[in-house]
Design a protein around this ligand. Structure first.
Ligand code: ZN
Ligand code: ZN
Length: 342
């Protein structure tokens, strides 16, 4: 049996590389050789010691093997989309595959013992979940269509952010930094908020018009003052996932303002009258982006090449993943990329 190297969490702040069976293709499921594995929130599993060998949902690489004729062929440079949706339900067919409620058990279906996570050398994936990376993008640039730019891009498709508007972005981890890039690409004025100096500086470099510290007691006043009539921002894209950021977004948007919720998080308080009715507030939850939005997102990446280079602050061989986790825990990174073959 052929094996491959994958990352496993072995305890609190402990991880190791382990050997697992290399997946085989089946039906319309192809095997992809992962060349870039962007790191997302897996450091939380490392920090908390959630023992397991199933890390990661972001990847780009080259098709290694197919079982027969399908939408991809060996050698294709592809983006690996997250989740394992059914491909046939109403949500999948509308492009909102990320919301699919009929996900098959891919390992059972394809007869593989392992092969659905991305901190790994290979992954098995349905062909329609493997969009080709355009020739004018590198595989690394293509990989930025995962969570680096994807969640904010999807949210802004929903909120309809345009060049006449001012947007508040809360939380400047990789997703929030991606939101800065997407919002500037849309031509909007951007006010960005975070507590980490490293990330504030990155947001400035990516073109944010005003960057505030979330600990600044005057943050709300300063956001309002930075809008044309002092009445608040037109939209907010919330990427922090903490109640203080939710509150700042609700208070900072003007009447009939729109909030796109992107940051994973828990409960927060809303006043029916003051926050919602009398403001006629719209809050849109947004999880990733539609299947058909991947091409426009690739175009956005091509238009913003130099910013994409700025967003990627670190690259690590997978053999040094522990160092990468430790670095992420200090919030001194933009997007971090792993090379599963080094
Ligand atoms: Zn489905
Ligand atoms: Zn992610």
């Amino acid at each position: 049996m052929e094996t491959m190297r994958v990352v496993a969490i072995t305890g609190e702040r402990a991880c190791a590389l382990v050997e697992r069976p290399k997946p085989r293709p089946w039906g319309w499921y192809a095997v992809v050789r992962i060349l870039v594995a962007p790191m997302c929130t897996e450091y939380k599993a490392y920090k908390n010691g959630w023992v397991g060998d199933w890390l990661g949902h972001e990847a780009a690489g080259v098709v290694e093997e197919v079982a027969g004729p399908c939408r991809v062929k060996p050698g294709d440079r592809v983006l690996v989309l997250p989740q394992n949706p059914c491909g046939g339900c109403e949500l999948c067919l509308s492009g909102e595959y990320v919301l699919c409620q009929d996900e098959p058990n891919v390992l059972e279906l394809t007869g593989n013992a392992y092969g659905t996570s991305t901190y790994s050398q290979f992954i098995v994936k349905a062909d329609w979940q493997l969009p080709r990376i355009p020739d004018d993008l590198t595989i690394e640039e293509g990989s930025m269509a995962c969570c680096a730019l994807g969640p904010a891009f999807g949210a802004m498709r929903l909120t309809g952010l345009g060049p006449h508007q001012t947007v508040l972005i809360t939380g400047l981890g990789p997703v929030g930094l991606g939101a800065v890039v997407c919002a500037k690409d849309a031509g909007a004025r951007v006010i960005a908020v975070d507590g980490a100096p490293f990330r504030q500086a990155l947001a400035r470099e990516l073109g944010a018009d005003l960057v505030l510290d979330h600990a600044d007691p005057d943050a709300l006043r300063r956001v309002r003052e930075a809008t044309r009539d002092g009445r608040g921002v037109d939209q907010a894209i919330e990427c922090a996932g903490v109640p203080e950021a939710h509150r700042l977004c609700v208070d900072a948007v003007r009447r009939r303002g729109v909030i796109g919720l992107v940051g994973e998080g828990g409960a927060f308080e809303l006043k029916a009258s003051d926050d919602c009715l009398r403001k006629q507030l719209t809050i849109l939850g947004s999880w990733y982006y539609k299947r058909q939005d991947v091409e426009p997102l690739f175009r956005l990446i091509a238009r913003n090449r130099s910013k994409i280079r700025t967003m990627v602050t670190h690259r690590f061989p997978m053999s040094r993943v522990q160092e990468a986790f430790e670095l992420q825990m200090r919030a001194e990174t933009g997007k971090v990329l792993l090379d599963p073959w080094a």
